[in-house]
Design a protein around this ligand. Structure first.
Ligand code: PAF
Length: 291
């Protein structure tokens, strides 16, 4: 199927109405462009699971603070379109900022309390509100769909899941596994900012997660012990500046005490210019197994 690029909300809605009238199910992959194999994997899963894949490319100003890289965020619509087409996208929604926010100032925002304030939210207090607001708007434009998000931005996924549940938005949210480089570094559009030595050092995030998983597999059930192990591993890398390392509840992202139930390991560090994040699931004990 040849990809069709659509710049306006009304044209996208019309195109989707026609497809739905023909009985087609819709998969949706929202992105900010700078597409890589991680995005392609979301599009490929969407194209296996739904009849028509819509992807969006929109660098959303609401989720950048004044000191972040909005102006220099990588943009290459031609290359992105080719990747999206090869990955099975049928409709590519690529609106301008004026199309998305015609009034200029945006007076309505979506705030998912608590989950948004932890971890990434501690240093980026307005970020998740910007993400939740644009995703709510995109889901309202696309309509009922299965929406695909990478687990790499695990906090973003938790925020969106909670927003969709709280607001009864008619979308099913699917988290998809992190796609990694051969040495284990999680793929990210911001990895291009890494200098050569930083790129090598960045693997320490994956190494910290692996050590945390190994300790849990060997019977360590104290979340603090696992968090300390991961933090010490990252701190031992001279080019990495630790931001956090913790074991958290998968839905609320609250720090847990014991590895019981659904727990996720989160790590974050500054390596050169980019702030890198990574996460992994971890083997835990059954509820009631820890006294
Ligand atoms: O993960 C991203 O690329 C963005 O945060 C998203 C979900 C497309 C919202 O702008």
């Amino acid at each position: 199927m040849t990809i069709q690029t659509i710049p306006t909300i009304s044209e996208l809605r019309q195109a989707l109405e026609r497809q739905r009238a023909a009985g087609k199910s819709v998969g949706f992959v929202p992105t900010m462009g700078a597409l890589h194999a991680g995005h392609a994997s979301l599009m490929e899963v969407a194209s296996k699971e739904t009849d028509l894949v819509v992807a969006s490319i929109f660098v959303n100003p609401l989720q950048f603070s004044a000191t972040e890289d909005l102006g220099s965020y990588p943009r290459d619509l031609e290359t992105d379109t080719a990747l999206a087409e090869a990955a099975g996208v049928g409709l590519l929604f690529a609106p301008s900022t004026d199309e998305m926010y015609p009034e200029g100032a945006v007076l309505t925002s979506v705030d998912v309390a608590e989950i948004s304030q932890r971890w990434e939210g501690a240093s980026r207090p307005t970020h998740f509100s910007g993400v939740a607001t644009v995703v709510a708007k995109l889901l309202s434009i696309v309509g009922p769909c299965v929406a695909y998000f990478g687990e790499k931005d695990f906090q973003q996924l938790a925020v969106i899941r909670r927003m969709v549940s709280d607001l009864s938005i008619p979308a099913t949210i699917r988290g998809c596994p992190i796609v990694r480089e051969a040495d284990g570094l999680a793929m990210s559009s911001r990895n291009i900012y890494l200098e050569q030595d930083e790129r090598i050092a960045a693997v320490v995030l994956r190494k910290a997660l692996d050590l945390g998983i190994e300790a849990a597999t060997n019977g360590e059930s104290s979340a603090k012990a696992i968090g300390d192990l991961m933090a010490n591993t990252i701190s031992a890398e001279p080019l990495a500046k630790l931001n956090y390392a913790a074991a958290v509840d998968t839905a609320t992202l609250e720090e847990v005490e014991q590895l019981v139930g659904d727990v996720r390991l989160l790590v974050a560090a500054q390596v050169g210019r980019p702030h890198l994040i990574d996460n992994a699931s971890v083997p835990t004990m059954k509820e009631g197994a820890v006294s």
